[in-house]
Ligand binder design. Structure first.
Ligand code: NOJ
Length: 535
């Protein structure tokens, strides 16, 4: 079945370039390394790749600290390598989504260097948020950076600049038209080079209001905003309603302008997906109004428990809220900022949940390594590189565990990723999880993903909405089964620790783990498993 435009129900594979494949033996992945593995990517059955940043960067925040957004960092290659990657992806009918980082630049960007050399009130400083200290010398407000520590750093003449993330990531002042003009130049640069879309980093953060107002619980708020800090969900949601620097109305004006720019490339279907973690959830739909962006990430599955009530609510809410603006949801179980799903909820549960979401309407995002069932890497503190670890004096371990390089082949670490020492160590315990090994094992997680994505394309893409069959609100009120039908497929997930009977009709076409028993018209779904039936 076809879904038009291409991105609507695409499966998108997120590649963290530093961790994918090292082609030049320096221990870090690079663009030619990705190009050399595009046949593998294609074989997964995905439609597009999203590349985390590969731009010129001092790499204080994994490349999300951009010093030149229109060039490639030498650690990843050069512009020719980027062009070749895009060309080779297109040859395989894979679209390419670049990551754009508009909330901040690196402090090494020429604009910030110029601002440091210029006077208070100068046009160079007007591109960022520079403010005078309070009378007692303290920073202009009490906000805590999302990476810990104050959101303000003082420069030589006594002024402070705002950084919601690391001190090396000064926030840009989007009230200054020069900033948008520069970003439009960057968007055009990459579209002209061939990219098909953008993932917009911190899309909800560009406009700041009330910069001089303190927050009643700045540390709590900073923790609540982190996907890798566990917190009671009520406490988190209450804090998230109070963020003073996210989701201001002005951001929508920016995306309306950008949408016009994307649409001016007639025949290209340029898309953009917003990283906009906003509360209450209905606010996310504003980013995907008809004249704004195309998709907005739904982060709920990155933190949701493996519980039928919780998952029913997340899925139902996302589908119905998006429907109010005629958009389809997105689904992501892992990314480079959150613990890997297999570590967070368990191996079998992660496979079951993946098969459950691959049946749903909308776009599915898969973080490289998720298809292998990789857990988080176990790291020593001396290995860590995430700025959060340093800014919190080790209190928050950070996101490096999800960023450990991919194991490709062989019996010994680093499993073909590199011939040098990898930038983060790969544990010898990943021996059975290499791509080579999983390709040889028909019961592997890798085969589950490949088979599921093929079936998704064949039976589900473009098949319309879902009808719940079994959930806390439907069917027999069985609290351990979640089930829906969509098109010719019935999807049943058993969340419990014992096998459960269901009366799904049709022929079994895939199961995430174990064996489905069929007797007397009933089917028995194994514990912690999902099955698809074709009628
Ligand atoms: C979100 C990105 O996904 C994350 O990796 C980064 O640290 C922050 N934005 C800041 O750019």
């Amino acid at each position: 079945m076809n879904s038009s435009p291409w991105w609507k129900e695409a499966t998108i594979y997120q590649i963290y370039p530093r961790s994918f494949f090292d082609s030049n033996s320096d221990g870090e992945g690079d663009l030619p390394g990705i190009t050399s593995k595009l046949d593998y990517v294609k074989s997964l059955g995905v439609d597009a790749i999203w590349l985390s940043p590969f731009y010129t960067s001092p790499n204080k925040d994994g490349g999300y600290d951009v010093a030149n957004p229109r060039d490639v960092d030498p650690r990843f290659g050069n512009l020719e390598d980027a062009r070749e990657l895009i060309t080779q992806a297109h040859k395989r009918d894979l679209r390419v989504i670049a990551d754009i980082v508009p909330n901040h630049f690196s402090d090494q960007h020429e604009w910030f260097q110029a601002a440091l050399k210029s006077k208070r009130g100068s046009k160079e400083r007007e591109r960022f948020h520079f403010y005078d200290a309070n009378e007692d010398g303290t920073p202009p407000n009490n906000w805590i950076s999302l990476f810990g520590g104050p959101s303000w750093t003082q420069v030589e003449d006594g002024q402070f600049y705002l950084h919601l993330f690391d001190s090396t990531q000064p926030d840009l002042n989007w009230e200054n038209p020069e900033v948008n003009a520069d970003f439009e130049k960057t968007l055009r640069f990459w579209i002209d080079l061939g990219v098909d879309g953008f993932r917009i980093d911190v899309a909800h953060g560009l406009i700041k209001e009330d910069v001089l107002t303190n927050h009643p619980d700045p540390q709590g708020l900073s923790n609540a905003l982190r996907l890798d800090v566990a917190m009671d969900s009520e406490e988190r949601n209450a804090l998230l309603l109070t963020v003073p620097y996210f989701d201001r109305q002005g951001v929508h004006e920016i995306y309306r302008k950008w949408r016009k720019l994307f649409d001016s490339y007639t025949g290209r279907e340029i898309m953009a997906v917003a990283e906009a973690w906003v509360h209450p959830p209905v606010n996310a739909t504003r980013y995907v109004r008809a004249d704004e962006l195309h998709q907005v990430f739904n982060f709920d599955l990155l933190t949701a428990e493996f519980d039928s009530d919780v998952l029913f609510d997340v899925v139902e809410r996302s589908i119905s809220l998006n429907a109010t603006v005629n958009a389809l949801p997105t689904w992501a179980l892992s990314n480079h900022d959150s613990p890997r799903v297999a570590s967070r909820i368990g191996d079998e549960q992660a496979r079951a949940l993946a098969l459950f979401v691959f049946g749903l309407p909308g776009s599915a995002y898969v973080f490289a390594g998720q298809e292998l069932g990789l857990p988080d890497g176990q790291l020593q503190d001396s290995d860590r590189q995430d700025p959060t670890f340093f800014r919190t004096n080790g209190a928050i371990k950070g996101r490096d565990g999800a960023r450990v390089p991919l194991p490709w082949s062989g019996d010994t670490t680093p499993f073909g990723f590199s011939t040098a020492k990898p930038w983060l160590p790969i544990s010898q315990s990943w021996k059975d999880l290499t791509i080579e090994n999983e390709l040889a094992d028909p019961k592997s997680s890798l085969h589950l993903y490949k088979n599921a994505l093929e079936l998704r394309k064949e039976f589900l893409v473009g098949a319309g909405g879902i009808t719940w069959l079994e959930s806390s609100q439907h069917g027999h009120k069985n609290d351990s089964l979640l089930s829906y039908s969509r098109g010719s497929i019935t999807v049943v997930m058993n969340l419990s620790d014992s096998a459960k009977e269901c009366d799904a009709a049709g022929k079994l076409i895939i199961v995430s783990g174990g064996t489905v028993d069929a007797r007397d018209g009933k089917k028995v779904i194994p514990a912690r498993s999902t099955a698809w039936f074709l009628t």
